[in-house]
Design a protein around this ligand. Sequence first.
Ligand SMILES: C[S@@+](CC[C@H](N)C(=O)[O-])C[C@H]1O[C@@H](n2cnc3c(N)ncnc32)[C@H](O)[C@@H]1O
Length: 267
Amino acid sequence: MLNKLLFHRFPNIKSWLTRLQYEMISSLDKDKNAIFMNFGYTAHHQGNDPISLEQDEEIHRYPMQLYHHVAKHIEWQNVDALEVSSGRGGGASFIMRHFKPKSYTGVDFSTRAIEFCREQYNLDGLKFHHGNAEDLIFPDNSFDVVVNVEASLYYPNINKFFEHVKRVLKPNGYFLYTDLRYEEKVAIWHAQLKNMGLKLVHEEDITDNVLKAMELDRERRVALVNKYVPAILRKQFYHFAGLTPNSPNALPHLDNRRYWYFVLQKV
Ligand SMILES: C[S@@+](CC[C@H](N)C(=O)[O-])C[C@H]1O[C@@H](n2cnc3c(N)ncnc32)[C@H](O)[C@@H]1O
């Protein structure tokens, strides 16, 4: 409740606190377990095959499946891609290895996350830069694809971010975008997205898929918080991870938020 109020009334303070929180995750995660920071995705319960992963990737199945779902709608051959808010780089590395674009640039406003990514990943064509989603420094028409996963909810001015996405995309380039909003804000959010002036190629409410993934991944998340987060901060981190602060083993929830996925194209 406090988070919701803070977010609506004081978006800049919320953004600053978000940054602190993500810097803290990079400091706490000594064993490099938190390379993804999204709620995850599964469609297995709807009869779809799970994606095949290497054994050492299995632990990250659900967050990886979210990236897979986001990425699978386009061709990646010869693509120069930008990911805004790439976090600790798990998604960037996953797309680089599984979809093989020509280059992939991750940007995040957490300095520690960027330092972590630069040390952690060593793949030709994969780069990381410190930067703000609302003030991207890249030239006009420089990317074939822009990816954004579960991050724009923190941006104080989403329209600024959308303007930059449109500006940096090459003609015919794709914006692969997924995030969540409180139910009462979904219509406004959709309208803002349509006002971007890109062609809407695909839109999909994936709330049930995300909730199911959170349920299946709950134990791992609770264990991560318990292992790395000092007791005094645990309730805040449970909340952050979609867990009920006073009862983290209860079914995870999205707090009346809906999770959507969009593919847009600059035509
Ligand atoms: C929930 S995490 C998702 C990270 C990554 N996309 C993933 O799925 O693992 C949100 C990320 O957004 C970043 N972020 C929030 N506001 C930002 C801003 N204004 N500019 C750049 N990054 C931002 C945070 O630092 C954090 O890494």
